[in-house]
Design a protein around this ligand. Sequence first.
Ligand code: PHE
Length: 356
Amino acid sequence: MTPPPVTGGEARSPGVDPEALVASAVEVLEATTTLTELDEAQTELLGKRSALVRAHQALASLEPAQRPEAGRRLNEARRSIESHLSERREEFERGERAARLQADRLDLTEVIAPPLRGRLHVVQRTRVELEDVFVGMGFVVAEGPEAETDWYNFEALNMPPAHPARGMWDTLYLELGEPETVMLRTHTSPVQIRLMESQGPPIYAVMPGKCYRRDTPDSRHIPTFHQIEGLVVDRGISFADLAGTIETFTTAYFGLDIHSRLRPSYFPFTEPSAEYEITCTICKGKGCRTCSQTGWIELGGCGMVDPAVFEAVGLDPDEWTGFAFGFGIDRCTQMRHEIPDMRVFFDNDVRVLRQI
Ligand code: PHE
């Protein structure tokens, strides 16, 4: 195809009008939607086969006098097309950069949906919360085995063989060693002995864990349950320290409107001993079925470490004093969440467990 001649001066027709070249180039550029299309348009508008190049070649066919002017106008057209082209290129690049930034953007305000993998059982959560309260009061957390020997579960706790206090407890023995020497522990108090044997005073520790008793399940009892034991051994510890610790714990965990009281009681390993009770959170002390109409719920027992226990672990009772307490974690959960019947924790009906 022979390129159309470029006109110079006023008389443009019938040659190529550089301004028309620019106008149609702008149209082509505006129609592009991607950088690849733009590259193609560049070849089409400025490449060897472009109308512009052909118009340049056609200059040769002009009168020599007309050539410089026509050439100047063609060069102007080329510059104009080039600048439109680079403007368009920048537009695309800006857009691409913005898109990339948008895609890379980290939304730090995004709420991550909780994983659907479940969570700790409410009794385990109580255990963690109780540990936190005591750690905040300066205690450390310790643990002991669930299968215990007679020595730890009874004897070192001042319950020699045939002691009447064993009566309600000596039940769940394991077929291990001599008959009736290894059992599922009935309380967490054996960990007191283990701690005193393995480390010297001062001791400020809590010991949570599972316990087993031949109990008939009812609204406040479960045969496999959880306790948290406390033990303080130091010089000059008094019953007031025990009462203060219990009260501080009660208000920290249950809130300021729940009170504690200690009622005289008996445990072979503490002297004096007390029952630790709190205001029934279900009736707020008025009396209901759960608290047997008393307005109080027993959480556990406590007292000053009996001198016989210190002797059993080789500590001098004239030098060392201490207190111990042990109470039910399940009972705490029940009171904290105001649940009339403890059995719902272990029926494992997820519709219930999801609510607490
Ligand atoms: N171990 C006792 C129980 O299970 C509770 C207790 C612990 C009492 C520590 C006094 C001191 O009933």
